[in-house]
Design a protein. Sequence first.
Length: 93
Amino acid sequence: MFKPGYTVMTRSIASTMDEARGFRGEVMRAFNRYKRMDWGDTSPDSKVQNDEAVENGEDRILAVYTTNQGKIWIITDREDNAPHTTIMFPSDY
């Protein structure tokens, strides 16, 4: 398990969690998978890149999960050796 650091979500994710039945649980399950390095529906090449990013502590990590509200992305960036993670819809990018 790796540490995703400071974690936030976009306003659209937060609103949908309040409005759509079951979505909150799906987001939480996706985030738990993410912390266990289960990269969801990410391509095989991207999964390898994510594993390498966890090892080297430098590169961006991007995972994709399917929910009842469509795909969500979970992205960890590392700036100044301080990881921060964002949960978002692809359209939020």
